[in-house]
Design a protein around this ligand. Structure first.
Ligand code: SF4
Ligand code: SF4
Length: 511
């Protein structure tokens, strides 16, 4: 077994927070209504179903072969009630509302087979595309069907990660226990066959790396895998930090691993690949971890895509008033907000519920006292075994920079956030900010999190990068040429805007 120790520059261990998901997995009762989110941007393609239509579980209800996207399926058997816009991850998106009858019968993906090794790469790509599984990962899985901004033959590396670097992380054993390891390793073999040139890497934190040997024992097909033991430090799971830790490859700010030929996936994503190809299962179900101190039980739920948060949370919350709760998708520091009436989509792995504290917004500092997290060791939680509690309150006002240097210490990009943000704050942006490395900032928000003076540093830097691009101090071509980036033409075509807005590019590929 090839075992390597991964290093991260900067970063911060966000540990011992109350509300970590346990190993328990429960199947969510089928709700009466499902709300399946479609594309996040307005493509020309409408859903294939209309109000009153009967739909089957696994039936494709949206597909656009001309854009970077993957088909979307009905999660249940039922009747289409409406197609309307709804709030979904801080955007208004088209959503198909289906009244469910059952989900016992599932339309299988054409071509699936247990004997997949006899299939050619193109056949496998088609199954993965038609199953919708190609929407998973940080930027989608490349197939010959425009499911990602690059083609399978352009992929140089595949990184599968479970780095425990967020405040709340899914428990990896939920996916790997029982026959999970078999699904995972066979899914890896399928991906290796499609992306034949790619090297395969698995990155896991020191907490979960005991799975390395189990995985290595289960691997077949002579797969060559490099195993990387990583520190459980935020933001290890971000594309650019993973690429640096695992491959020593630099990705400039605002671009993704896919733009350097790196496909980045989670453990559950690989299991879905197996289920699509071997079992013919379209992507209609997800396992979602319920995290945060406001859930009364931090379990994992197996649920249908399109289940509303209100259906999940009924009877599972410690606070009664929904105005007192903030739901966040996947990451406390960078995740999108959801509300009670939002559906769970295909890319949600962790649903976080925090207490909404009035008066402040945006920041996610913990409560004062011994249950507060503190980079500076100020609080007793550093030495006492209490679980820390996190909510949405800033607990204080912004002050002048104290030159404590915390933001510099944690910055994974190795820049000086405290030197850079005043250029934006005082409206004095010019080439100097570029020379100081503002474009290395990966928008992880960690500097803001640790800032003693509660300065929204990361937001200033984000604004600064936007302005510098608008004022042409830096051009996209500078990044493309100096970093040999790929897949930007497809991204530009799809979102109709600059690839310097990678979140839109990524999310579109993912949906
Ligand atoms: S948001 Fe940018 S400046 Fe702040 S810690 Fe992250 S990479 Fe560094
Ligand atoms: S963490 Fe905040 S107060 Fe400390 S140096 Fe950075 S900007 Fe200044």
């Amino acid at each position: 077994m090839k075992l390597l120790n991964g290093k991260i520059s900067g970063g911060y261990e966000l540990k011992q927070f109350k509300g970590q998901p346990s190993q328990e997995l429960i199947v969510q009762v089928l709700p009466e209504h499902l709300y399946i989110p479609l594309s996040k941007t307005d493509t020309k393609i409408k859903p294939f179903v209309r109000t009153g239509d009967k739909v089957s579980a696994g039936q494709i209800i949206w597909q656009d072969d001309d854009s970077v996207s993957s088909p979307i399926h009905s999660s249940v058997n039922g009747i289409v009630e409406s197609v309307k816009k709804m709030d979904y991850l801080e955007q208004q998106v088209s959503v198909v509302k289906i009244t469910s009858t059952d989900s016992t019968e599932l339309e299988k993906v054409p071509g699936f087979t247990n004997d997949w090794r006899k299939l050619g790469g193109k056949d496998l790509e088609k199954i993965i595309y038609l199953s919708g599984t190609s929407s998973l990962g940080s930027s989608g899985i490349p197939t010959g069907f425009k499911s990602s901004v690059i083609e399978p033959e352009d992929v140089q590396h595949i990184i599968i990660h479970s780095t425990d670097s967020e405040v709340f992380n899914p428990d990896v054993s939920v996916f790997l226990k029982d026959d999970g390891v078999k699904k995972f390793t066979e899914g890896l073999s399928i991906l290796a066959k499609i992306m034949g040139k790619a090297s395969i890497h698995i990155a896991m934190s020191t907490n979960t790396s005991t799975w390395f040997q189990v995985i290595d024992n289960a691997v077949s097909d002579n797969l060559s895998i490099s195993f990387h033991k990583t520190k459980a430090k935020y933001p290890q799971s971000h594309d650019s930090v993973l690429a640096k830790t695992v491959l020593n490859i630099d990705i400039p700010a605002n671009y993704k691993g896919i733009n350097k030929g790196i496909v980045i996936l989670g453990i559950q994503d690989v299991c879905h690949v197996y289920e699509a190809v071997v079992e013919g299962k379209p992507l209609t179900e997800k396992i979602v971890a319920l995290a945060g101190p406001v859930f009364n039980d931090n379990i994992h739920l197996s649920l249908k895509v399109g289940t509303l948060i209100s259906d999940i949370s009924t009877g599972r919350l410690l606070l009664e008033d929904k105005e007192d709760i903030r739901f966040i998708n996947n990451s406390v520091l960078t995740g999108k907000k959801s509300n009670f009436e939002s559906p769970i989509g295909r890319n949600t792995e962790v649903l976080i519920a925090l207490e909404e504290k009035r008066g402040q917004d945006l920041m996610f500092f913990a409560k004062p006292g011994f249950k507060k997290d503190s980079f500076s060791n100020t609080f007793l939680a550093k030495i006492l075994p209490f679980k820390k509690t996190i909510n949405t309150n800033l607990n204080g006002e912004q002050r002048a920079c104290l030159s404590c240097g915390f933001c510099q210490n944690v910055c994974p990009a190795g820049i000086l956030p405290n030197v850079l943000f005043p250029y934006v704050e005082r409206d004095r942006l010019d080439e100097t900010a570029v020379q100081y490395g503002i474009f290395k900032c990966i928008d992880c928000n960690l500097c803001t999190y640790v800032c003693t003076a509660k300065i929204p540093i990361a937001a200033y830097l984000k604004e600064g990068k936007k302005k510098l691009l608008e004022d042409a101090y830096v051009k996209e071509d500078d990044f493309i040429n100096s970093y040999n980036l790929i897949g930007l033409k497809a991204g530009r075509q799809q979102v109709g805007c600059s690839p310097m807005q990678p979140k839109e590019q990524t999310n579109e590929a993912a949906e």
